[in-house]
Design a protein around this ligand. Structure first.
Ligand code: LMR
Length: 337
């Protein structure tokens, strides 16, 4: 090959390689964010908000791809996918961290622990909540934030007013052992099941009922397959937004900083809309005329509470006596409320 031929070849190779190089420079960093609920829920909307803010703050250097409704993975699979790096971000319910070996998060499921969002925020926005998130680091996960959903209501094809009404019912729960104990305390038979399977299980009678915040109940159309919804507010369901640690720490520092800012704002947004979304969902269930919405009398409420609160002591070995005591103190828990 003479000198001219060599120059020609080098030039040609440069022209061919250039688009690849240019693409590598400009290709956005992709964050796959998988979740199991509908878009039109507090979590679904907050994930969209984070997607928008992340693009805007990083000038499109980051592209968040949100996969709602268990499109990519069901509950247990998504945690495995995060650890393997197949997705980068999730916001699982706090009741689903047990299989990760972070069973302390099940403390959030303790019945009647939080009297309202204010009591909850004392934990999620205070040192106890932050210490819990830090525990995830040994699992290869970074906990970025807590996102609110809301207080759970109990549904069934039978009117649930007294603890005796629960006797022998098969009730779907998330994977938490606290929820298992809670349903047993009421005389029901808990059945752990992925969220994406609940509608069909209710429809076919595999289970008789379930518990969820109204936003989940309504957006999954559970009102089509449940005759009664008791406004019991007996427990809380919310989320921790988590990322794969290697991925997060491998991001350029300035990008990570912008994403952290986007997460702070998405969190404010999630926590701003959560109560309203749930209140509206109760009204939508009433308006559907498919499910009768029941209120408890103060005496009935006391009876539920007395049965369920026994779970707090039962779970001391699993969750830790000190943590439960600390949560009681911070949240201002009053067993006799
Ligand atoms: C459930 O499984 O009932 C919830 O955790 C779903 C969710 O993510 O809100």
């Amino acid at each position: 090959m003479n000198k001219w031929q060599k120059w020609l070849l080098t030039g040609l190779a440069g022209v061919l390689v250039w688009p690849l190089w240019a693409n590598a420079e400009t290709a956005p960093i992709v964050i796959k964010f998988s979740h199991v609920v509908a878009v039109d829920t507090p979590k679904g909307k907050a994930a969209e908000k984070f997607r928008e803010l992340a693009a805007s703050y990083t000038q499109n250097r980051v592209k968040v791809e949100v996969y709602p409704n268990s499109q990519l993975y069901k509950d247990k699979e998504e945690l495995e996918a995060l650890q393997m790096g197949a997705v980068q971000m999730l916001a699982p319910s706090l009741a689903k961290f047990g299989p990760l070996g972070a069973k302390e998060f099940e403390a959030f499921d303790l019945p009647y622990l939080f009297s309202d969002y204010e009591a909850l925020h004392k934990v999620t926005q205070g040192p106890v909540g932050q210490a819990l998130l830090r525990k995830l680091e040994t699992k290869g996960i970074i906990g970025l934030s807590y996102w609110d959903n809301g207080f759970k209501q109990m549904s069934a094809n039978k009117a649930l007013r007294e603890p005796a009404d629960f006797q022998g019912l098969k009730l779907r729960i998330q994977s938490s052992k606290v929820l298992d104990a809670q349903m047993r305390a009421m005389g029901a038979m808990p059945q752990t099941m992925a969220f994406s399977e609940v509608y069909q299980a209710l429809q076919t009678g595999v289970v008789d009922g379930t518990e969820n915040p109204p936003s989940n109940f309504y957006t999954q159309k559970m009102h089509e397959v449940q005759k009664y919804l008791t406004l019991s507010n007996h427990g809380y369901l919310g989320y921790a937004v988590i990322v794969n640690k290697d991925f997060w720490m491998g991001l350029p520092g300035d990008v990570r900083q912008e994403l952290e800012k986007a997460m702070v704002e998405a969190t404010e947004y999630a926590n701003l809309i959560a109560k309203q979304e749930n209140d509206q969902a109760v009204e939508a269930v009433r308006a559907s005329g498919r499910t009768e919405v029941l209120d408890l009398t103060p005496v009935q409420r006391r009876a539920w509470q007395q049965k369920m609160v026994a779970v707090h002591t039962q779970m001391e070995d699993r969750i830790g006596k000190e943590l439960i005591a600390e949560l009681h103190r911070v949240a201002g828990f009053d067993a006799g409320r």
